[in-house]
Design a protein around this ligand. Structure first.
Ligand code: S3P
Length: 175
């Protein structure tokens, strides 16, 4: 009996600012397999920025595109994928990802997320036109809603103390 060939797919999930892209790149280098950031994949396939898609089709339109692009990248073999903060929370995306891949929830304290998001340079449509206090409140509220989806991931990685590159390696070895 030969073992079934199982491609290695890792999908990183978690809130905006948790470091999905940073960790994804590091893992990709470490394991020497390609890295796809779902937002970038959407942008290159649609030839539009995520912000343009939100502006033109609203969040609902974005979520439909996001789901179909997720289905494309999650078919690739031997890949690391970082998805958007909202990806796991729409349709049956979380169940789908668990069926396709080793899902890893990058869990971070709200204060850490908040700091990363205020420092960050990327445009996040959901945070536009909000004051720092409003962003803080919004994150807290949204995480309450999203956490039940995130915790369905097969693995959890606490990235709050994010000099934790060691921890990333350990958890990958366990996959
Ligand atoms: C979103 C997160 C973003 C992007 C979009 C919506 C969200 O991705 O998909 O702006 O709903 O949390 P990042 O988590 O990579 O910022």
């Amino acid at each position: 009996h030969t073992e079934e060939y199982k491609p290695l797919r890792i999908i990183l999930i978690g809130y905006m600012g948790a470091g999905k892209t940073t960790v994804g790149r590091a893992l990709s280098r470490e394991l020497n397999i390609p890295f796809y950031d779902l937002d970038w994949y959407i942008e290159s396939r649609m030839r539009k920025t995520v912000k343009q898609i939100f502006d033109e089709r609203g969040e609902e339109g974005f979520r439909m595109i996001e789901q179909s692009m997720l289905h494309e990248v999650a078919e690739f073999e031997n890949v690391i994928i970082s998805c958007g903060g909202g990806t796991p929370c729409f349709f049956d995306n979380m169940e789908y990802m668990n069926g396709q891949a080793e899902t890893v929830y990058l869990k971070a304290e709200t204060d850490v997320l908040y700091k990363h998001l205020l420092m960050g340079k990327s445009v996040r449509p959901l945070l536009l036109n909000k004051t720092a206090d409003e962003v803080n409140l919004f994150i807290r509220e949204q995480i309450k809603h999203r956490e039940p989806f995130y915790t369905k991931a097969k693995h959890v990685l606490d990235v709050s103390l994010m000099d934790s590159y060691d921890k990333i390696q350990i958890s990958v070895n366990q996959l």
